[in-house]
Design a protein around this ligand. Sequence first.
Ligand SMILES: [Fe+2]
Length: 319
Amino acid sequence: MWFAILSSKEVRKDRPVGVVRFGRNIVLWRDENGKVNAIEDFCVHRRARLSAGKVINGRLQCPFHGFEYDGDGRVKLIPALGRSYRVPERFSVKAYNVVEKAGMIWMWFGDGEPRGEPRFFEDIDEKFACAEIRETWNVPFPRAVENQLDVMHLPFVHRTTIGRGNRTLVNGPVVKWIDGDSFVFYVFNEVDRGQIAKKPEELEGLESRVYLEFIFPNVWQNHISEKVRVVAFFVPVTKEKTMIYLRFYIKATGIRPLDRLIAKLGMQFNKVVLHQDRRVVETQEGDIRKDSLVQGDLPIMEFRKRLYGEKKLVEFLFG
Ligand SMILES: [Fe+2]
């Protein structure tokens, strides 16, 4: 599957960037045409970090002895042996499949060869202005995702912000799979007046004002309105660390600089909300398999069904 792993703007044209994703050191750079490449961040020669090197004519140059790599991870030049020397194929490092979409770099991490294209929300077009922040949490990937699928935590964690009103009783929630990779879910929380939480099937046909959408494996949006969205990408750094890219999309005035300013200001509030989450989520024990879930956790259960089917990801998380 395609994983969003990095914001496009973090890969510059003039120099490489080194990151850790899925516990691996990866270096990314753009060639002359702006196309992004990603290879293992260690020189095949004596294991210097390639991300400390330079981009020269679209190739990545090791800072140690000037070995030059192409996007397939192959050494094309060993300066000490001369420009005319033909470098044997064994001088190569692992290359990763990456593509760019929606202002993110996506990497193939899954069973088999890359298939299809990364998916983003089709209803977020270029008319939206966007603000973006990122931070790394000390939690495994599923913990970061599931926090955003959790409708029961709102009146507790976000008592003073988005969870105001003491609506602790969680009807449903209703989860609707759109296709094999994406689902939406609706929130029907209400004040507890002694009633019992309704089952999802009792709510069939109802759609709440607030709806959330998830695209497996790591893209989420809070569909606040046609013109306002909060989007998150959850990026596995190591088994225990997850980077969250949070975006605030807005299409308020249609005047771009103004919309951008509003997005930036609005992001401050989103950051407060995110940090309310972080305070609690980072206390969770890492292993999701020990959890005892209840009806209100339905979106989390649906996510897990899909997660457990991905061999390579399961191996990374639990292996
Ligand atoms: Fe939250």
